[in-house]
Design a protein. Sequence first.
Length: 174
Amino acid sequence: MNKKLTILSIIAGLFLAGCETGPKVQTTVTPGSDLGSYKTFSMVILPPQDPSLIALGKIARDAVQEELASKGYNFVEGGNSDIQVAVHGNIVRKTDITDWGYVVPRRGRFGYVGGTVVDIEQYNEGTLTIDIVDTKKGELVWRGWATKDHISGKPDESKIINAVGLILEGFPSR
């Protein structure tokens, strides 16, 4: 019996590991923006909302800088560039409540009583956002973000770098 239980546990673990999905990525472009006209970029360093995320911010900024350079954009130290790029992120505690819409009868002290079936799930959701601002116009021209729910533990550097790559897939190469 224990052998069957162990095998079932291993199979369930492999199945659940295979079900992990990547982050949900979205982008938006300001109408009328000519993204192909930009050649240079600089990074804007925003203070993190949570001081424990300082190191992760540097990892994300370095990944953005590498990704944009690979797309043909030239990095310029300081703000004398065509576009400025800001990276910011946060982790938020979320709660999902699901009312399954049916009643389960239970035998109580005074006969049968019913109770609805409701699931409550709490989890962390992380969002990484990349904003690109036209330096001359001073307006946001492109925004991309990745959202991943059910994150736990210390954020993984490789997952942050991967998320940056997925986000910037939607930004044109030069």
